[in-house]
Design a protein around this ligand. Sequence first.
Ligand code: SAH
Length: 263
Amino acid sequence: MIPSTPGKIWFVGAGPGDPELITVKGQKLLAQAGAVLFAGSLVDRAATMWAPPGCAIRDSKDMTLEEMTAWLIDQASRHATVVRLQTGDPSLYGALIELARPLRDAGIEWAVVPGVSSAMASMAAAGESMTLPEVTQTVILTRVEGRTPMPDGEDLASLAAHRSTICIFLSITLMHKVEKALREAGWPEDSPMLVVHKASWPGEQKILRGTLADIKARCREAGVASQAMIVASPTLGALHWETLVRSKLYDPTFTHRFRKASA
Ligand code: SAH
């Protein structure tokens, strides 16, 4: 049925790869979608698993931004629900605003459904925590400079001076730059590092642990050269530490809004 007013375009986070890591809301929207434009091989399974028969499903990998917006606008004139499916969360390295501006200009309604970012999925896969009391309470999501230049003040060496958890996207082929920046920031050679390839992909996920000194060699040995998250963090490996500062929230000697101290 052709709607009398244009449909709505939903930017949906597909999650990191496992089709079950899409949100319930994202899955429901896919199930009622008349058209789905998906971003590359990482999310095709979610699209094909949850979209209804007869849904127009298109891969955007060979399209320009103009072609993508034209396709979305055309589909919105035919269907009430159109989904733009993106890996992880749409707000991270997803060209969200570039795609949304022409939709706004065309008077088409759009909205975003967040997704599980690969940064979260990588930590989950490794059983690691982004934050730990008195170790770090801060997470930096970044990348190193490739063909996309880094804005002033955001070079990895300056960010790494904070000694927080740093999740580095889009940089697995630039590991030499990652290492150089961490060294410049004074991270010791035995700083723990984590690389997760295809986090959450059943049967394809690889978890590599190492240090600043050897993580590059470990990636090479394992043949990991794409679709990987690099994590540098003082929290890595905390499961095996002898001493750990406890979280105040669950500390028996700590009173808070929902519980009185018992000791
Ligand atoms: N919006 C996405 C990121 C897109 S940029 C998100 O929130 O996750 C693409 C980069 O994300 C890749 O170069 C890689 O660094 C990372 N990435 C995406 N999926 C991944 C996965 N399943 N495992 C590890 N890294 C992944």
